[in-house]
Design a protein around this ligand. Structure first.
Ligand code: ADP
Ligand code: MG
Length: 798
């Protein structure tokens, strides 16, 4: 039985082994008792490894339960079970298998479970692919349908003859054509056309579809416009398209896809325009900042560096191509040491807590002139309400200089005005003295001693009058006789140097000192100035230089041109000036050389002369113990020349003929004169002086009294003061002319410096400056006599 049984089981084994499909046999406890070769091959397992196991060892407990349950069901019920599963075998291959489990019972009634495995991997995969392909193709179709319907692109399919076979809705919308027009069933408006980006029409052969047909190629991102009749704006498209060829390379259809980019293009253009506008604005702002010397800066706590405008870089002397400099040390080190504390604390408080400031400080850029800058900060907020720390810097150096010049000029002008009125009062007082003196002088029987003393007083009055006249000139420099001509300043300076040689050479050498004089003359155009006066200026500049160097030194004189100006600088290595001297230098009578007659008038004179030439004179540098540089500038201006010429011509017209001294001494008639002045002392002495010259002279102390007198008493000559209360000299002269015509000679006598004005006045014949001497009066009468004689001659001729 056993043998028989053995034989039978051998047979079965052989039979099982020969089955190509993988097969296994399990006992009632689900333990493998047999596997065939195909099984070993499929799972890459050896019999030793697997016999005795259940095949469920490697699965999860839950799966294991199901797995073993199936086994038990088959074993107990004998109902076949087919189960499909996916598993990964040794070597990583994924298998899909179908296992068919059946029950076998041997002769002894032992039950076995026989499992037959089918490898369905290939079938499974094919099915999957098929399913996927199906799903995909279905999805595609649907998607494509939706896409072409709803998509923003126009899609057109053409047949090889370019006629339209199919198109989506968007295509006809974009092209502005109905489906029928697209298909060629109805005509298109002849004005409908494609245009190039420059808006010129696209020739028919260049239409996108024609380009594709001609080259059997694709087109990519071609930009064209569509001009639709009745619509102002061109619609813009980007067109893509390709040709569909069959196996033999023949064209079967053409697909074009296009997108409307009008809006996008408009936005791009707007963006570009805005950008250009922004750049232009920025440029203009830069230009404006440059002109106004104003720069601005922004610094926010989040920023590593402040943002500077171009002008900021210029003001601080940094390169605008580089990033803004660091506060410390770049910026702070350029602030003048004396201003650093002010600058620092203002900036710190501005950053936190945001205190506004408006400060002025100095900037020192190496190798450059010091600048004065005004810096303003006010807290602000950006559009998000965030704190902005920003401010402006303005270069106010020029402005400050101008203000300083203005102040100096105003000051000198005020002093000038004051000088004139002081001079006027002085002249009147001097006239009172001189008149009385001359009257005393007329008395006979004066001792020689008395006469001598009187002459001394007269000399003092004359000397004082001379100094008052210098004051007057300062106050009214224009009153000078203008004898301008074209001058070469280099020659003039050289001549002055030669003339002052005794001062700077001989006298210094006598003292054992030496002054070196250097000149550095550039070629300069001529200037138009009164030569004699300009020589005085130059002489005074040289003299001051010499006087500033009692122990010797060096004088350097330079000339050159700058813009429309000729400039000259006088530099000495002398004592220099302190701040007060620099400020008062041009004021009359300012001197540091002791109060001696004639002192303190050199520079004030120079100032008025240079101003009269429309020029300028200033201290460009002076330092105690180091020396001084004074610069004078005079314009090269034809305007100035013309003005002077015009003045000359008009003056010649009104100028009276000069009278020679012989004529004065000539015997003449006795005239009836009237002397009008609100000053009794003057009328009294003046009338006496006139009488001493052989004329009769009445007096009046107001214009009204003068006119009253004249109603009763005929007069030949009227001498009148100008500044009188109620009726002034001009008004009196006019009234006399009105009543008595030109037969009466009128002479203005005044302490004001107004010869020119008087000579222009047609009502007045002559001008007599106070204080005058008896001799001056004699000369004046000589002129009047001549006037009368000339009138007589002309009357005789009539
Ligand atoms: P003066 O020379 O008679 O004093 P100025 O009008 O010529 O009068 O000069 C006025 C003052 O200006 C001088 O007293 C002197 O203090 C100052 N000054 C002028 N030139 C110089 C100079 N080159 N160096 C130093 N101080 C000068
Ligand atoms: Mg001087």
């Amino acid at each position: 039985m056993e043998k028989e049984g053995d034989t039978r089981s051998d047979f079965l084994k052989n039979a099982f082994d020969s089955i190509g499909a993988p097969l296994f046999v399990k006992d009632q406890q689900s333990r493998l008792i047999y596997i065939n070769d195909a099984f070993c091959d499929l799972f890459a397992l050896s019999r030793e490894e697997i016999i005795g196991k259940t095949l469920a060892e490697d699965v999860s407990p839950k799966e294991m339960e199901i797995f073993l349950k199936i086994d038990q069901q088959v074993l107990t019920t004998g109902v076949e079970n087919i189960n499909e599963e996916t598993l990964t075998v040794r070597g990583g291959e994924v298998l899909h298998i179908s296992t068919r489990k059946t029950r076998l019972t041997d002769a002894d009634g032992n039950r076995f479970l026989v499992g037959l495995i089918h490898d369905i991997t290939k079938r499974f995969k094919a099915e999957q692919e098929l399913k996927k392909a199906y799903e995909q193709s279905e999805g595609y179709q649907e998607r494509f349908r939706l896409l072409t319907l709803n998509m923003d692109a126009g899609v057109v399919i053409h047949s090889p003859d370019t006629s339209i076979v199919q198109n989506n809705l968007r295509a006809s919308e974009i092209l502005g054509l109905s489906d029928d027009q697209m298909r060629g069933k109805t005509a298109i408006d002849p004005d409908w056309k494609f245009v190039y980006p420059d808006k010129s029409p696209l020739p028919f052969e260049d239409y996108p579809v024609n380009q594709i047909v001609a080259g059997k190629t694709s087109i990519k991102d071609l930009q064209v416009g569509i001009y639709k009749p009745g619509q102002d704006d061109i619609s813009w498209l980007t067109v893509n398209g390709f040709a569909v060829l069959n196996g033999t390379g023949d064209l079967t259809e053409i697909v074009t896809v296009f997108v409307d980019i009008t809006e996008q293009k408009k936005q791009e253009e707007e963006k570009l325009a805005n950008q250009l506008k922004l750049e232009k604005t920025k440029k203009e702002l830069n230009q404006a900042q440059k002109l106004a010397h104003v720069g601005n800066w922004i610094f926010n706590p989040g920023m590593a560096k402040p943002d500077w405008s171009e002008e900021m870089f210029r003001i601080w002397g940094f390169d605008p191509k580089e990033a803004a400099p660091d506060y410390d040390p770049d910026i702070i080190s350029r602030v003048h040491p004396d201003d650093q504390q002010l600058f620092n604390s203002a900036f710190r408080k501005a950053v936190n807590p945001g205190t506004p400031y408006d400060i002025e400080f100095r900037i020192c850029i190496p190798g450059k002139e010091e600048k004065i800058v005004r810096s303003i900060f006010e807290p602000a907020q950006d559009e998000n309400g965030e704190k902005i720390i920003s401010g402006t810097n303005q270069d106010i150096t020029e402005q400050k200089k101008f203000e300083k010049d203005q102040v100096r000029h105003q000051r000198l002008k005020a002093i000038g005005e004051m000088s004139s009125s002081i001079a006027h009062d002085f002249n009147n007082a001097l006239q009172e003295m001189m008149g009385n003196l001359e009257v005393i002088n007329l008395e006979s029987g004066l001792s020689k001693n008395a006469l001598e003393r009187l002459n001394t007083v007269k000399a003092i009055i004359n000397d004082t009058a001379g100094r008052v006249s210098a004051l007057q000139k300062f106050g009214d420099p224009k009153s000078d006789e203008n004898n301008s001509r074209h001058i070469n300043l280099n020659t003039l300076i050289q001549e002055s140097l030669n003339q002052s040689r005794p001062l700077w050479k001989d006298e210094m050498e006598k003292k054992g000192q030496r002054i070196k004089v250097k000149t550095n003359f550039q070629e300069i155009p001529k200037i138009y100035c009164p030569e004699g006066e300009l020589k005085t200026v130059v002489f005074n500049l040289i003299k001051n230089g010499i006087e500033a160097m009692p122990d010797g030194g060096e004088i350097i004189i330079e000339t050159g041109t700058r813009n429309d100006l000729v400039y000259t600088t006088f530099t000495d290595t002398g004592v220099g000036m302190d701040a007060e001297a620099k400020m008062k230098l041009f004021e009359p009578f300012f001197t540091t050389k002791g109060f001696n007659p004639g002192r303190g008038l050199g520079m004030s004179g120079a100032y008025s002369i240079v101003k009269n030439c429309n020029g300028d004179i200033e201290v460009s540098h002076s330092e105690i113990g180091k020396g001084t540089t004074i610069e004078m500038t005079i314009p090269i201006s034809q305007q100035a020349e013309l003005k002077v010429l015009k003045e000359k011509v008009s003056k010649e017209k009104v100028s009276k003929e000069k009278v020679s001294k012989e004529k004065i001494s000539k015997a003449h008639e006795s005239y009836r004169a009237l002397w009008v002045d609100d000053d009794f002392i003057i009328t009294k002495s003046s009338s006496k002086m006139l009488e001493s010259l052989g004329h009769t002279c009445a007096t009046a102390n107001s214009g009204k009294k003068a006119l009253n007198y004249m109603e009763q008493n005929p007069c030949d000559i009227v001498f009148t003061d100008i500044g009188m209360p109620k009726m002034n000299g001009w008004e009196l002269a006019e009234a006399i002319r009105e009543r008595y015509g030109d037969n009466i000679k009128i002479i203005a006598v005044t302490g004001w410096n107004m010869r020119e004005k008087v000579e222009e006045e047609s009502t007045i014949d002559h001008f007599l400056q106070k204080p005058f001497t008896l001799n001056d009066l004699k000369i004046m009468l000589g002129k009047i006599v001549q006037d009368f004689e000339a009138t007589k001659t002309s009357l005789r001729q009539i």
